[in-house]
Design a protein around this ligand. Structure first.
Ligand code: 2NL
Length: 340
């Protein structure tokens, strides 16, 4: 028979447990700690169960008193746990609200989105069309040698074509060779052909220079896109088909005409016009690559043939948007640029 226990001892134990539980619950820092307390106090193997286990050792008539007291304690502990949990949750929420406060009345930091310059947008539109026809973009230096800009393109020293493409000359390079600002992007294509055997299909966009006086349609700095295709069996019909397709994609389904012309680096050569708003507009020059250009590159003109074309981007941009003066494209006036 186990040791006897008095009613007083058990009720004192319950009293002490109540005080201890209230202190521990009040001190719990988070919901997990509260849950641990609940298990320790009210669980199957908890403190209250321990006291109730000892109740069996009391005389029968005293047991209900302890039972009742224990029930009161249990309910009290449960409601303390509930209150503390609620307290912890609402202070966590208050903390979070304070931490995440957003001042919706603060003035915003507005950055205007901006857009590409109409000239750049035109270059990209032209390149996109040629990309769709299977061409790759190729770029090169703006400072060139006489060789790449003129001689390799079948324009020897003192050729009259040099008068129409007079440019700006720099001090000779480290190798003593003449340096100049390129007058067209053709040297990009010469460099590409030196580094890559045919077949070749490239578009060369870029800034070019001419010694021209500024007026509504001329600028000493402008932009060009040149096209080059070199392969076996290419003839004028491929040139005509490519240029016509390109112009109709850019301007819409308009009549296109070819007029015989002359360039030192193509033979035969042609100017291309588009019927735009009731008038014929000259928009491009083109031709079959002159065999002399290919021979200069060590490419056999009996096997390889190709066509080339060149256009001024400013003109395309001006025609497309009805711009009357080329200088508007260079003066960075936002009242003008924001219209595009
Ligand atoms: C124009 C005319 C043209 C070319 C450019 C070219 C390039 C090589 C070989 C042969 Cl590598 N030709 N380019 C050919 C015909 C015309 O440009 O009016 N440009 C604004």
């Amino acid at each position: 028979m186990s040791a006897t226990i008095t009613l007083k001892q058990l009720t004192d134990q319950l009293q002490a447990l109540e005080a201890e539980a209230a202190a521990a619950i009040g001190a719990a820092a988070d919901p997990a700690e509260l849950e641990q307390l609940r298990v320790d106090l009210l669980g199957k193997k908890g403190r209250l169960s321990g006291v109730l286990g000892a109740m069996g050792r009391l005389p029968g008539e005293e047991r209900p008193q302890v039972g009742q007291r224990a029930n009161v304690l249990k309910e009290q502990v449960q409601s303390l746990l509930g209150e503390r949990l609620h307290q912890l949750q609402s202070s966590a929420l208050a903390d979070r609200i304070a931490r995440e406060t957003l001042d919706v009345t603060a003035p915003c930091r507005y950055v205007p989105p901006g857009h590409r310059h109409p000239l750049q947008a035109t270059v990209e539109e032209i390149l996109d069309i040629f990309a769709g026809l299977g061409y790759r973009v190729s770029e090169g230096p703006e400072v060139e040698s006489d060789h790449y800009n003129f001689t390799a393109l079948n324009i020897p020293p003192h050729h009259p074509a040099r008068d129409m493409q007079d440019t700006f000359y720099l001090a000779p390079g480290a190798d003593g060779g003449e340096r100049l600002l390129r007058t067209h992007t053709s040297p990009v294509q010469i460099r590409h052909l030196e580094a890559n055997p045919p077949p070749v299909r490239i578009v060369a966009p870029g800034r070019v220079y001419r010694r021209d006086a500024v007026d509504a349609t001329h600028s000493p700095v402008f932009h060009q896109v040149e096209v080059l295709a070199l392969d076996e069996g290419l003839d004028f019909s491929h040139l005509r088909g490519t240029v016509t397709t390109f112009l109709q994609r850019f301007f819409g389904d308009l009549p296109v005409r070819f007029r015989a012309s002359y360039f030192p680096f193509t033979e035969p050569s042609a100017e291309v016009d588009v019927r735009w708003r009731g008038r014929w507009l000259e928009v491009m020059g083109c031709g079959m690559v002159d065999p002399a250009v290919l021979e200069g590159l060590g490419i056999d003109p009996e096997r390889w043939s190709g066509f080339a074309a060149g256009l001024g981007v400013e003109r395309f941009c001006m025609v497309r948007h009805g711009i009357d003066d080329i200088r508007r494209l260079y003066t960075s006036d936002l009242r003008f640029l924001e219209q595009f």
